[in-house]
Design a protein around this ligand. Structure first.
Ligand code: HEM
Length: 407
């Protein structure tokens, strides 16, 4: 449904095969740990924008976080020069995310299980999925083609910004390989779907954690004060000196699990796993939630404790959520995980350098409690519901630092 009928082109919807391998190869080339360094400027600008917005209207935090994560995804894919048309691109991409979420839910469309249904005409009773696919197909096409064509035009005018599209098109300048250009187009068109909602959720969960666990916030801030002080914002180069912040990034991803069931996988051959026979053509949901709360790997799994990721006396650390669970599994593991890691690191570290985050108070001056249900949520992207909190600059110096980020 997603790939053939709706025409969705993203990596996650590609079957194992040549096209998918080309996608993964391009991701390795442009989003491996060494290459994501190129996007640091965009990530830093996004973090600064979030600080200003949070200072200005903290209650609107959901809008701010979503705005900043969407801008960042679009900026990384296409460059920041597209501002005039930005809202249109974001709106189109958001429609694609909704289509993706609707179609990817296992069991949502019968044609997934009885492929011959795809041949029935759209006027046939019960063939509403064909009209849905037809409308979706056009929107999906626009979301992919319109921003890409704009960047290409800018490139020919020599008017381009650092982005995945500009970098890859420059690398492909001397080839006539249509297939390679199509891969660039398809990947760029799906960075928003893959990276915007997920990064938004990571920041929202982090804010909730800071409200719920003030002792963790204090430790993180003590580390930042020691290493950075309060006269400037953190930079990526500071990261090796910030092991607690690093551990905090991991603990947010482990504890809340943004993608509790990752994405559905599909067996191409029959297999036997630990005594279970799995037939070919079976949809498999990997239970990331359970892996991330496995008490053998993570003792007291429902305790929010970044320290678990700092080496113990024997120098041991538990399994890194980046390697299996928080970003999916095996050869389909998230191809944007290094980029996501860098984005959320700079957001978390910047917020904690300048702000204290605390419980909001009601009219009587009493703190409003924030709770979190530690149950699995069978959703693709797991966001916290709205929660109130207060954001206050940590000092006069911190306030100055935020004002100094004004472009
Ligand atoms: C906190 C942020 C993110 C989380 C939690 C996340 C999580 C995931 C998960 C669970 C999967 C499914 C893996 C599987 O099938 O086993 C996935 C796939 C994918 N992600 Fe991410 N992701 C994030 C950010 C990003 C970003 C920023 C990008 C792009 C730049 C991205 C690109 C992709 C792609 C292309 C796939 C499909 C891989 C394939 O099927 O081969 N992700 N992600």
């Amino acid at each position: 449904m997603l790939h053939e009928l709706v025409g969705y082109f993203g990596t996650a919807a590609q079957r194992y095969g040549n096209a998918w391998k080309k996608h993964r190869k391009a991701y390795r080339q442009y989003f491996d740990p060494a290459s994501v360094v190129k996007y640091r400027y965009a990530q830093t600008v996004a973090a600064q924008e979030l600080l200003r917005r949070l200072l200005d209207s903290p209650r609107e935090y959901r809008t701010h976080v979503r705005y900043v994560a969407s801008n960042l995804a679009m900026g990384i894919a296409y460059g920041m020069e597209l501002e005039a048309n930005f809202d249109r691109y974001v709106a189109l991409s958001e429609v694609v995310v909704q289509i993706f979420l609707k179609v990817s839910r296992p069991g949502a469309f019968m044609v997934e299980y009885i492929p011959i249904l795809k041949y029935i005409p759209s006027w046939f009773p019960g063939a509403g999925f064909k009209n849905f696919a037809l409308e979706g197909r056009e929107l999906v096409r626009q979301a992919r083609d319109v921003p890409f064509d704009d960047v290409k035009r800018q490139l020919t005018m020599g008017n381009m910004q650092e982005s995945f599209v500009s970098n890859s098109l420059l690398d492909l300048a001397n080839t006539d390989e249509k297939e390679d250009i199509q891969v660039v187009k398809d990947i760029a068109g799906s960075i928003f779907a893959a990276g915007s909602d997920t990064t938004t959720a990571a920041i929202e969960w982090f804010l909730l954690a800071m409200v719920m666990f003030p002792e963790v916030q204090k430790k993180a801030q003590d580390e930042l004060t020691k290493v950075i002080g309060q006269e400037r914002l953190p930079e990526f180069e500071d990261r090796p000196e910030l092991p607690y912040i690093d551990a905090l990034v991991k603990e947010v991803l482990r504890f809340f699990v943004i993608t509790p069931l990752a994405l559905p996988h599909y067996t191409t051959e029959a297999d036997v796993y630990e005594g279970y026979y799995i037939p070919a053509k079976t949809t498999i949901m990997g239970n990331s939630w359970a892996l991330m709360h496995d008490p053998e790997e993570y003792p007291e799994p429902f305790k929010f404790n970044p320290e678990r990721f700092l080496p113990n006396k024997e120098g041991k650390v538990p399994r890194d959520p980046f390697l299996g669970g928080a970003f999916g599994f095996g050869r389909r593991i998230c191809s944007g995980r290094h980029l996501a890691d860098a984005s959320i690191f700079i957001m978390f570290a910047s917020i904690l350098t300048v702000f204290n985050i605390s419980k909001a108070r009601n009219e009587k001056g009493n703190e409003i409690d924030v709770t979190y249900a530690t149950t699995a949520v069978p959703k693709f992207f797991h966001h916290p519901p709205f929660f109130p909190f207060e954001v206050n600059p940590r000092s006069e110096a911190a306030l100055r630092v935020i004002h100094d980020t004004m472009p």
